[in-house]
Write a protein that binds this ligand. Structure first.
Ligand SMILES: NC(=O)c1ccc[n+]([C@@H]2O[C@H](COP(=O)([O-])OP(=O)(O)OC[C@H]3O[C@@H](n4cnc5c(N)ncnc54)[C@H](OP(=O)(O)O)[C@@H]3O)[C@@H](O)[C@H]2O)c1
Length: 236
């Protein structure tokens, strides 16, 4: 009987999700990765090689999430970083933008776990994605509140879904495509700010954040926890 395990990653076509896919494939596991862009998904699967399958998915749409998981089980684990960030202040925010962050990041992960359930192995592990703004916000209240909600969701799901384990990764600022795709002056300003706010005086790497997700997938004694991979930003 094959011992190769399969892990699903919505948001696995770049950034921290892709870094986790690389770490899983490197040890011989299979990955099912998803993102909205078919081109990105195809390119990511090519880079990962024959242990990877890519499908397009939009975590804001329940039908799309259901189609992503079709025929995928049994899955040993699930990671859900498929979202974007949101940095608008309370006074500047529009209803549409403030609610969009919850639609993608909170409800996206909520309904992803729901749709994944029939495809998860009985001892599977789920890792949700929040962000250290949950406990130390820099403006952007909708984003801070959304991250805190995701961390609460991880605790509540851990209770309800046991023995399936549910945990959360809460990174500080990570040097990923999310920042690299912004104008260079924005990337530089964020880097300088982050140097002042952290103890290690640098961005985190996608490999470091993915390493935390891998630990939560693997460690059978972790359930309902949030790991802050943030260079001491939140000092928890
Ligand atoms: N980077 C940071 O500093 C940082 C810090 C704290 C928390 N986070 C959180 O971590 C998550 C990922 O960040 P990252 O830095 O790894 O970003 P990234 O490099 O931009 O990767 C995001 C991934 O999610 C996919 N994605 C985005 N929206 C999606 C949607 N609606 N449905 C399905 N897939 C979607 C992207 O592909 P497509 O674009 O093709 O959809 C891509 O695969 C985000 O939720 C972000 O809020 C990031």
């Amino acid at each position: 009987m094959s011992t190769v395990k399969t892990y699903a990653i919505i948001g696995g076509t770049s950034g921290m999700g892709f870094a986790l896919a690389q770490q899983l494939v490197a040890r011989g596991d299979r990955v099912l990765i998803g993102g909205r862009s078919p081109e990105k998904a195809e390119a990511a699967a090519q880079k990962l090689g024959p242990l990877a399958t890519a499908r397009t998915v939009d975590a804001r749409e329940r039908a799309s999430i259901a189609a992503f998981f079709e025929g995928s089980g049994p899955l040993a684990g699930l990671f859900t970083p498929g979202s974007v960030n949101h940095s608008v202040s309370f006074r500047e925010d529009s209803q549409e933008a403030a609610e969009a962050v919850f639609k993608a990041k909170f409800w996206g992960q909520y309904w992803t776990v729901h749709a994944a359930l029939p495809h998860l192995a009985p001892d599977a592990a789920v890792v949700l994605m929040s962000g250290a703004a949950s406990v130390r916000p820099i403006g952007a209240p909708a984003y801070a509140a959304c991250n805190a909600a995701v961390e609460g969701l991880a605790r509540a799901l851990a209770l309800e879904l046991a023995p399936i384990r549910v945990n959360c990764v809460s990174p500080g600022t990570i040097d990923s495509e999310l920042w690299r795709n912004k104008p260079p002056e924005v990337f530089k300003a964020v880097g300088e700010m982050w140097e002042k706010l952290t103890l290690n005086r640098r961005f985190g790497t996608v490999a470091e954040a993915a390493g935390a997700a891998l630990f939560l997938l693997d460690n059978g004694n972790m359930s309902g926890s949030t790991i802050y991979v943030d260079g001491g930003y939140t000092l928890r």
